[in-house]
Design a protein around this ligand. Structure first.
Ligand code: CO8
Length: 258
């Protein structure tokens, strides 16, 4: 596992994309390693939250690896896109919180990786952009689908067509970044957010996440049905009993995720 560093502390797994010499660009080897790490996290109940970041101070991820892509034929390119799409969908659908701690350039596939996470916390030094049309390609790690859902169709088209790189403050203004922090605060704040979410009901969080994700892909009626069924499911959990009992007893709930 040479391109990904993963370390767990108190239930939070920090996953660092580690190819600093290539500004953490995603080649197929790195994507496969990331897929393995995410798969392991998905079946490890001891890990309650994930923070994804980039190695070094310059880049989160500066995109898909252009050197590797330059050699691909059409079929290989489709497979490369599917590989990343599958890994990113796995991240998006992990039944636990995933924070993108965007510490520098989040370009192309890097911006797309950040968008597959639940929230994006940005360092003041971060830069976001989708520069693919400069290279004669288009965003294909989910960018044409996730960016409009986050910032709206018009702004997504503006960013993708112009390839403009935007600052963290601008990303915050358009709703791409949730928060902007001083570079040295970024990981601490990401961790604090994860710790806060970890005090909540794991069932509540994971079902709400699934409802939000699924709801964006279906019509309102189907989304509402999914929400009502998920709500019903809560009532078969100990979390729901503990949460309501704790409220009535005027104490803090102690959720076990059961
Ligand atoms: N891929 C490969 N290598 C990269 C990448 C990348 N995306 N980005 C940077 N590097 C490498 C550089 O080649 C350089 O290597 P070397 O030192 O060996 O020459 C090293 O990282 C440092 O980069 P720079 O010297 O360029 O650093 P600067 O500070 O001058 O510039 C930038 C930083 C502005 C981030 C610049 O590196 C840059 O523009 N990078 C490319 C950004 C980009 O276009 N990203 C989008 C890539 S396309 C993509 O992500 C498509 C996803 C969907 C594809 C679907 C495929 C089928």
């Amino acid at each position: 596992m040479g391109n990904i560093i993963f370390e767990e502390e108190d239930g939070i797994e920090k996953v660092t994309i580690n190819r600093p010499k290539a500004l953490n660009a995603l080649n197929s080897e790195t994507l496969k390693e990331l897929g393995t790490v995410i798969n392991d996290i998905s079946v490890n109940d001891g890990i309650k939250a994930v923070i994804i970041t980039g190695s070094g101070s310059k880049a989160f991820v500066a995109g898909a690896d252009i050197a590797e892509m330059s050699t691909l034929n059409s079929i290989e390119a489709t497979n490369f896109s599917r590989l990343a799409q599958n890994v990113f969908s796995q991240i998006e659908n992990l039944p636990k919180l995933v924070v993108a701690a965007v510490n520098g350039f989040a370009l192309g596939g890097g911006c797309e990786l950040a968008m597959a996470c639940d929230v994006r916390f940005a360092s003041k030094k971060a830069k976001f952009g989708q520069p693919e049309v400069n290279l004669g390609i288009l965003p294909s790690f989910g960018g044409t689908q996730r960016l409009p859902k986050l910032v709206g169709k018009g702004i997504a088209k503006e960013l993708i067509f112009s390839t403009d790189m935007i600052t963290a403050d601008e990303a915050y203004r358009i709703g791409l970044a949730n928060k902007v922090y001083e570079p040295e605060e970024l990981l601490v704040k990401s961790q604090e957010f994860a710790e806060k979410v970890m005090t909540k009901s794991p069932w509540g969080v994971k079902l709400a996440k699934a409802c939000i994700n699924n709801g964006l892909d279906v019509d309102l009626e189907a989304g509402l049905k999914y929400e009502a069924n998920s709500f019903g499911l809560c009532f078969s959990t100990e979390d729901q009993k503990e949460g309501m009992k704790a409220f009535l007893e005027k104490r803090k709930a102690d959720f076990k995720g059961l």
